[in-house]
Design a protein around this ligand. Structure first.
Ligand code: NAP
Length: 333
């Protein structure tokens, strides 16, 4: 089979598309012929050695995908050859085949296209966990989503709207705001493409407060961090929840503790990989629920591009410079 290979931690341009040995299913494992794999921001980080864990080299990046089971190991009872499945694993999806534990492959109905199933777990799984388990979202909530036209951001909008919450999207450009509008957001804030200095941070915070119908958001979903985080936290309402999801804008922010005191708010961390390890059954239930909502068209993942896997290295580089909206998937013919 062929695979995108990371031979040493280095810039994305050093990845190669190369012939490697086919994987073999061990006990409790299945081999999946990958039809599609979803691109995520951490795929850019992991090949440079900048992610939360560092696989042995060589390895293939790619957290998630979907395809058809082509062989099963001893003791496998959840799946059989020919089953359509989606999977979520730390790496290995940017290839023609992958071996995954039987328990990490999830059956998908024939009606669920591989390219849609391939791009749901990381973005929708993260945003569902954040909004449901960490923030206990309900239709009474007013949610601010930063970096809202990105993968996890759009998923957060889609999920929050499915709960009936009021949603405000914050993005860098009008064009990205237009994409969020298609998901029925109630208002949009454009923060521009530059970093915010002290004065601009104050203005951003003031503008955010005007966009809340009750003087402060009950949930803030933040996948970007850096200079946007503290002004956003200042726009939270009494007793709100600030979800720390990622730092796509660069720097990890820190918050003055008096803000949490004055707002009576919680700053709550979200880490989907650790959640999957610590709470596997809730994690699986979440994915089943997301699958049902997508199949029922109550959630609509935005697949912006389908790129042949063999030509996809450029897109792994592009995601780190704001060059991607919604979800990009790589496909094998
Ligand atoms: N905690 C978890 O478990 C978890 C799970 C998945 C992802 N994440 C993290 O969440 C973040 C977003 O992931 P994603 O898949 O949504 O990525 P994405 O599709 O690339 O979206 C990220 C968004 O961040 C904004 N951004 C602001 N400054 C940026 C910069 N300097 N470079 C790139 N983007 C910038 C961009 O929107 P604007 O142009 O509108 O600003 C972009 O749309 C990443 O940091 C990722 O590691 C965390």
């Amino acid at each position: 089979m062929k695979a995108i290979l990371c031979k040493k931690f280095a810039p994305v341009s050093e990845l190669v598309w190369e012939e490697v040995a086919d994987p073999v299913a061990g006990p409790g494992e299945v081999v999946v012929d990958i039809k599609a794999a979803g691109l995520n921001y951490p795929d850019n980080l992991i090949v440079q050695g900048l992610y939360q864990f560092q696989p042995e080299r060589p390895f293939s990046p790619g957290h998630e995908g979907a395809g058809v089971v082509s062989s099963v190991g001893e003791g496998v009872d959840l799946h059989k050859v020919g089953d359509n499945v989606a999977f979520f694993k730390g790496f290995g999806a940017f290839a023609e085949k992958i071996v995954v534990p039987d328990t990490l492959a999830f059956s998908i109905p024939e009606s669920f296209p591989h390219h849609v199933a391939a791009g749901v777990f990381m973005t929708y799984g993260t945003s569902y966990h954040a909004l449901v388990q960490r923030a206990n979202i309900s239709r009474q909530d007013e949610v601010l989503v930063l970096g809202a036209a990105g993968g996890v951001g759009l998923a957060a909008i889609d999920i929050a709207k499915s709960f009936g919450a009021r949603v405000v999207a914050a993005v860098s450009t009008e064009e990205k705001g237009e994409i969020c509008s298609r998901y029925g957001v109630d208002d949009i804030v454009v923060y521009g493409e530059n970093k915010l200095n002290g004065g601009a941070q104050k203005n951003f915070s003031k503008e955010l407060k005007t966009k809340s119908s009750r003087g402060g958001f009950s949930i803030i979903y933040d996948p970007i961090g850096d200079c946007f985080a503290e002004p956003a936290l200042r726009s939270i309402g009494w007793g709100g929840t600030y979800l720390v999801v990622g730092f796509a804008a660069g720097k990890i922010p820190s918050f003055p503790a008096n803000l949490m005191l004055l707002k009576g708010c919680a700053v709550s961390g979200v880490f989907i990989g650790r959640f999957q390890q610590e709470n596997p059954s809730i994690y699986s239930q979440n994915l089943v629920e997301i699958g049902k909502l997508v199949a029922a068209k109550k959630l609509t993942p935005f697949i912006s591009e389908k790129i042949p896997m063999s030509d996809s290295i450029e897109a792994i580089e592009r995601i780190a410079r704001r060059g991607v909206v919604g979800k990009v998937v790589f496909v094998n013919s």
